[in-house]
Design a binder for this molecule. Structure first.
Ligand code: AHG
Ligand code: MN
Ligand code: MN
Length: 323
């Protein structure tokens, strides 16, 4: 009864959505197996290719993308996919009910050091028109039917929301099934922990500089408490920590590439994580408004991200309003 598929069926979700989530879970198990083989199966290192965003792809970025693509496009529940590693959307089955946007491997720089990485996914309703196009994917995050990630860590875990709270499942390797391990994830309202790449500090906008300076001032500063810092360099792992014990995660705009609004991608990083965090009682903002209200303009669009414990996100956003 604790198995993923039976849990989803018990929630009386549409059968095609259950099948789709189960398909993503199967792809995740396949990716996890290849990750565990590591150097023994020659999957580490660079693919010596660039993706559409000018990032050098790792072999496992390409392998994970190919696996997800194959599983999803085989499923008659998928009308189309958008991936970090694909320049354009790829059409699936006519009349299928869902679109999937995904980051096949988040935290690529951790692959070769055997550290935390994950797969992030966002599920949207498909159009009822005859053809599927990029425009069909450009729906605000509020429209997501489901969102989640699979974390490849000491345990393989699935965090999932279908719009009614957040559940966590852990892969039982003996039987090859995701089992429900946390039924109701709640992010505490307050925190004394933040996650941000401090090496970019001099490149941030003034409000973010001021906010982090005040965190660093600790109990003697305006925030009146000491903060701890964590940075896994994989959003999926930093968000997982926040779902487990609260905190604030930010990847703000910086002036290294002034025309780029941030590093993280709206459709397959910020939106699914934003839905999970909101569904767990946290908050997910850009510097000007809730992430889930953004009307996307392109599938690979980037956004500044501030998410986590609601009172800390409100405090951080307040610095942007006052400056
Ligand atoms: P990806 O590996 O999918 O390109 O995403 C990496 C992202 C995100 O997961 C992480 O929070 C951030 O890049 C790390 O950035 P830094 O290299 O600046 O630490
Ligand atoms: Mn990513
Ligand atoms: Mn990625």
């Amino acid at each position: 009864m604790l198995r993923l598929r039976s849990q989803l069926q018990a929630k009386k979700l549409p059968p095609d959505l259950v099948t789709l989530i189960d398909t993503i879970a199967i792809a995740g198990k396949d990716i996890a197996f290849r990750l565990q083989q590591g150097a023994m199966s020659g999957v580490l290192g660079s693919a010596e290719k660039e993706n559409v965003q000018g990032e050098t792809q790792k072999k496992l970025d390409v392998i994970s993308n190919d696996l997800l693509k194959t599983y999803l496009l085989e499923s008659n529940t998928v009308r189309g996919i958008a991936s970090e590693e694909e320049e354009n959307i790829v059409a699936g089955h006519d009349h299928a009910k869902y679109l999937v946007a995904f980051d096949p491997l988040d935290g690529s720089s951790n692959i070769d050091i055997n550290s935390m990485i994950g797969t992030i996914f966002s599920i949207l309703h498909a159009p009822t028109t005859e053809t599927v196009s990029q425009a069909d994917f450009l729906q605000p995050g509020r429209n997501q039917c489901a969102a989640g990630y699979i974390l490849y860590g000491p345990s393989v875990m699935l965090a999932l929301t279908t719009g009614n709270g957040v559940q966590m499942y852990t892969l039982d390797q003996r039987i090859g099934e995701f089992l429900l391990t946390t039924d109701h994830v709640v992010i505490g309202k307050d925190t004394q922990e933040f996650a941000i790449n401090m090496s970019n500090q001099r490149s941030w906008a003034v409000p973010m500089q001021n906010y982090v300076n005040d965190l660093l001032a600790g109990s003697e500063g305006p925030r009146g408490k000491n903060y701890n810092m964590r940075w896994v360099a994989a959003m999926v792992a930093d968000v997982h920590r926040i779902l487990c014990r609260g905190g604030l995660f930010a990847y703000p705009w910086d002036n290294r590439e002034p025309k780029t609004p941030g590093k993280l991608r709206l459709m397959y990083e910020a939106n699914p994580m934003g839905m999970l965090v909101e569904q767990a009682g946290g908050s997910a903002w850009t510097d000007v408004g809730p992430i889930l209200d953004i009307q996307p303009e392109t599938i690979h669009q980037r956004v500044p991200v501030i998410l986590g414990s609601i009172n800390e996100v409100t405090a951080c956003v307040g610095y942007h309003k006052n400056n």
